[in-house]
Write a protein that binds this ligand. Sequence first.
Ligand SMILES: *Cc1c(COP(=O)(O)O)cnc(C)c1O
Length: 392
Amino acid sequence: MAKKNPDERKKRHISTLVTQIGRKPEDQFGFINPPTYRGSTVLFPDVATLESLNQPYTYGTKGTPTVRSLEEAWSILAGAEDSVTVPSGLAAICLAVMTATQAGDHILITDSVYQPTRNFCDNILAKFGVLIEYYDPHLSDQIFHLFRQQTTAIIVESPGSQSMEIQDVPAISKAAHEKGICVILDNTWATPIFFPPHDRGADLVIEAGTKYLSGHSDLLIGLVSANKKWAKRLRTTFNAFAIGAGPDECSLALRGLRTMALRLNAQQKSALEIADWLSKQEQVESVLHPALVSHPDHNLWKRDFLGSSGVFSIILNERYRKYIAEFLDKLELFGIGFSWGGYESLVLPFDCKAYRTATRWDPPGPCLRFSIGLEDVNDLKEDLTIGLMRLS
Ligand SMILES: *Cc1c(COP(=O)(O)O)cnc(C)c1O
C-alpha cells in the first residue's frame, strides 16, 4: 500500500519535495511522469498467485500505479501513514466520517464547518443512528466538557468555511486523544504545505484536491490521509466502498502537485496585499484574514500555520447591501462561482446565519468571500477599486 516514512517530509524544503514525490522515472523507461493506467481487470500469471493475491495490483477498484503514485506523494506531503483518493472533497469527508463512526456514537462538529459536511451528517449519518452535536469553533481544550461516553469523533476545520475562525487543533486533539476520540480535520484551506495536519494532532485529514492541488478549476478530487492509528481502518472502509478517483483525475492532480507550492506562495502574497488594502477602504467594515493582525485568532494562526492561502472574507458596511450585485456583476477579473483555489480570482456573497446552530453569526453587514488567483495584483486592485466606486 501507499506507505512511506512520514519523516521524508522533513528531509527537504517543501518546494523541492513537491517536484520529487510520487514518481519513479527508473520504473517508467526514464519518462519523468507516471503513465496514466486505465484498467479494471488485472491478470494473474497462475492460479497460485490468484489465490494468494500476492502481486502489487489485483483489481482496478484497489488502485493502479497512477493512483498509487498520488497516494504515496500525498502521504509524504501530509506526513501520513497512508492516503486514499476519492472523486471529490465531499466524498473524502463522507469516507473519513464513515471510517470513524458507527451506530450509537456521538460526534462533535465545529459550527464553522463546510456546509455540505453538515448536510451529510444531519441527513445521512443521522439515519444510521449517529448523534450529531455542533460546537463553538473557539472551544479549545475546554471541548472536553462536551464529551460523552459515546463520543468517538470530532470534526475540525481551520479556518472555518467562509467565516474564517482558526481552531486550536493541538489542544482539541490532546483532549480528544485522552479519551481515544478520533480527530477529523478538513485541511483544504491551508493544505499540508501551510499546516502539517498530522503533526498538529489530527488522525484523519481531508483535502478537497479540487482546490489548490488541482489549481486549474478543471478537476474534482478528494484525499483522505491517516496517521498510524487510523491507516488500516481508513483503507478497509475505502475498499468496502470502492470509490477511488479515476486514473485521469489522479494524473491531473499529480500535475497540479508540481506547481502547488509555487502557486500557493504567489496566491498567499497577492491575497495578503489585497486583504490589507481592502481593510483600508471606507466601504469595508472588516477583513477576515487570519494572517492579518486584526484577525481575532491571529496569534493562534501564527503559532500553528506556516503560511496562508489565497482565500479570505470581508464584511462590507451595511449601507451597501442593496448594491452588492452592482459591485460584483461588473467586475472584469473576478468570476462569481463556487469552489476556489484555481488560477483565476473569484468572489462569492455568503451568509452563514441560516445554518449555524451552536453559535450566532451576526456580522454588521453583507459578507463576501474572495479567492485570489494568479493575475497581476495591481490589475486585481484596479478592478476592485472601480467596483467599490460603484457601491458608493
Ligand atoms: C470545496 C470544499 C470541500 C469539497 O470539495 P469538493 O471537491 O468541491 O467536493 C470540502 N471542504 C472544504 C473546506 C471546501 O472548501
